[in-house]
Design a protein around this ligand. Sequence first.
Ligand SMILES: Cc1cc2nc3c(=O)[nH]c(=O)nc-3n(C[C@H](O)[C@H](O)[C@H](O)COP(=O)(O)O)c2cc1C
Length: 237
Amino acid sequence: MKKEELFCAIWKRRSVRKYLEKPIEKEKIERLRTSISSLNEASGLTMEFAEEFDSFKSVLTIMFKNVRSAIVIKGKTNDPNLNEKCGYYGEHIVLEATALGLGTCWVAGFNKKSRSLNAKDDETVVCVISIGYGAEAMSDQTAVPDVPHRKTKSVSDLLNGKTDVPDWVKAAIKAVQFAPTAMNSQKTRFQYADGTVAAQIPPGTLNMVDLGITKFHFELAAGGKFELGSPGVFRKD
Ligand SMILES: Cc1cc2nc3c(=O)[nH]c(=O)nc-3n(C[C@H](O)[C@H](O)[C@H](O)COP(=O)(O)O)c2cc1C
């Protein structure tokens, strides 16, 4: 899928926890599977699309209804960048699914004993992403909204108080404001100095997942690439 389509999906996405019985069409599942395997090849992750997913029968997922399918976000336990990569590549799938008209939700509180996770001995499941047709219609707006549908940090909060930055940085931070983060914690902070942007977050598994997600949103808006890690420096195309 083209980067422009993923970028447009940023403004439409929101976490969807209640789904319709309507199954996802075979063609859409195939498309997502193809994309997941090329993302796995690029990253070394082992993410999988699971139909008939059974890991949502847990008190942690009481808010979820009718979850039939999910994407298992996993990789090799000994990958030093596992959590950040899971965020970065998992969010690619989320935005692709959004562009296909599907609802998604990142989930850290899933039943870790589920067989649907299909994890090998040397793999760790970091998160799952529920996926399906949402019970509530997603926004079909084409204009970019001013603010997300829920609370967000301001641009100056995310930039550590700085506001005298170029417009391309502000535009990329806006894409970050619309990114999903665990418990909407929005802890990634961006530094801008001498023409260079860096992203950083305190340590922690879910923080590193959030870092990967927010870096992906920033890159889609700004055109360029972050190096892995915290802090990670951004290089514009
Ligand atoms: C790494 C990660 C883990 C999450 N885990 C859960 C979860 O276990 N249960 C849940 O209901 N939502 C979960 N969420 C969804 C967040 O609560 C949601 O992204 C956040 O509140 C922002 O709302 P939005 O996604 O609608 O923009 C998770 C999100 C991320 C990024």
